[in-house]
Ligand binder design. Structure first.
Ligand SMILES: [Zn+2]
Length: 435
């Protein structure tokens, strides 16, 4: 048993309650919240001056791209993909891919992100899963499917489907259910209709999530229209792909009728403001999506298009970016924190297990030190301090399934300083074959 004592507990329950008190963790789950009297043998962690939040959820990342951070600046989406990211991903061997995943997971866990929805690359997918397994992070993701695109990552439809099924059967619910498989067609332009049709059937048969990109960039939307005669979301809906098991990254350029489809089918959208700004893609109409009843989660996307996987940075952007267009009250801090917690959990289909601090839920928690000069004086609403002021480096302790993965800002499962120190050499080694 672990007792986190004397904190501001930001529960993110349905009432967005904040409790001044303790959190007791037992058997990997939250036992109780409030004033807790724990048995003598309980390990006590003093959390005075700190907030405890549900472990943050980033519902769209690419661990495979982390090694290429700072190597693809100054480009729009389609050039960024074809000139840099696809050749880079194709240059990975299992070693560099595993390294990239570990480097990304280290950044994520140290910054309080405990659960991710990840799109891996086409090859060597198990190197990512192995890294997720060792690190202790809660991982949902899968092999990227690209059977229509020409270029270095092209793979024929049948072998791609065969491999995603083989890996899904092997890894889904591995690590006591901490790992979930997802079907990851990259986006409409890199997949045949046959592939998307088979993805729907596999998702229905196995209950696996479908994760893809949609309507990120204007040129992409135009090409999708040219190719299919429809907009992205309409096309997915016609294929039967919209639904509560489908998670669409971006949704920057979606029409009002597409917004209604997302809401009615309970399809989740993932807002990635840092990536949308840096790739000059535009601003997703998030207040409108939320008002229409769409579940919107948050994600850092790829390290080469953001260039950070800091969930606090992403929350601050999401909280401020839309205000000039939608007004100063359009994105309340508590709802932005919900996008990074309970709404992310909903996107992952895990809302009954994670995303809020409530008895019975899995103990995925982040402890955030709010005593720094940049957070003080704290106002009446801790959601606001967390969203507007706090930084990833304020996270001191992190738990997944009640297991402590970060203690006093030190990652216990991976050697983060060594990963950072070797990253440049590992990137050079991976990219040597492109020279
Ligand atoms: Zn992406």
């Amino acid at each position: 048993m672990i007792l986190l004592r004397g904190a501001t507990v930001v529960t993110m329950d349905a009432r967005r309650s904040v409790v001044r008190g303790d959190v007791l963790v037992a058997g990997g789950r939250i036992e109780s919240v409030g004033r807790v009297r724990a048995p003598k043998s309980t390990k006590v962690i003093d959390c005075a001056g700190r907030a405890i939040v549900p472990g943050l959820v980033q519902a769209h990342v690419h661990l495979c791209q982390v090694l290429f951070r700072n190597h693809a600046d100054g480009l729009e989406l389609l050039d960024w993909l074809s000139q840099r990211i696809w050749p880079y991903e194709a240059a990975h061997d299992a070693r560099s891919l595993g390294f990239s995943a570990r480097l990304g997971i280290a950044e994520l866990l140290l910054g309080g992100t405990t659960a991710i929805l990840d799109m891996a690359t086409v090859h060597h997918t198990e190197a990512v899963l192995q890294a997720a397994l060792e690190s202790g992070i809660r991982y949902t993701g899968g092999k990227c499917l690209m059977d229509a695109a020409s270029g270095p990552l092209h793979e024929d439809t049948a072998p791609a489907l065969e491999e995603t099924q083989r890996l899904g059967r092997k890894w889904h619910l591995a690590a006591d259910g901490r790992i979930h498989w997802a079907l990851c067609p990259r986006f409409v332009l890199s997949c045949t209709e046959k592939m998307l049709h088979e993805v729907r059937l596999l998702s229905e048969r196995h209950g696996w999530l479908v994760h893809t990109h949609a309507s990120e960039n204007r040129s992409e939307v135009e090409q999708v229209r040219k190719q299919t005669g429809r907009d992205n979301v309409e096309y997915f809906d016609d294929l039967g792909l919209c639904g509560p098991r489908t998670v669409l990254a971006h949704c920057v350029h979606v029409t009002e009728s597409e917004t209604r489809i997302l809401a009615e089918t309970k399809t989740s959208a993932v807002h990635c403001p840092g990536a949308n700004l840096k790739l000059a893609s535009g601003n997703a109409p998030v207040p409108r999506l939320l008002a229409e009843g769409v579940n919107v989660a948050l994600g850092g996307d790829g390290a080469p298009c953001n260039n950070t996987l800091d969930a606090f940075h992403e929350m601050r952007l999401a909280a401020t970016l839309h205000l000039p267009q939608f007004g100063p009250r359009a994105m309340p801090a508590s709802e932005v924190l919900a996008m990074a917690t309970i709404r992310g959990a909903t996107a992952l289909g895990l809302e009954s297990e994670i995303g809020s601090i409530e008895p019975g839920k899995k103990a995925d928690l982040a402890v955030v030190d709010l005593s720094g000069a940049h957070c003080q004086p704290a106002g009446p609403d801790p959601h606001a301090t967390l969203v507007y002021c706090a930084r990833a480096s304020d996270v001191t302790d992190v738990f997944v399934d009640g297991r402590q993965l970060v203690r006093n800002r030190k990652l216990l499962t991976l050697d983060a300083p060594k990963l950072a120190a070797s990253a440049a050499a590992e990137a050079r080694r991976a990219l040597r074959k492109l020279a």
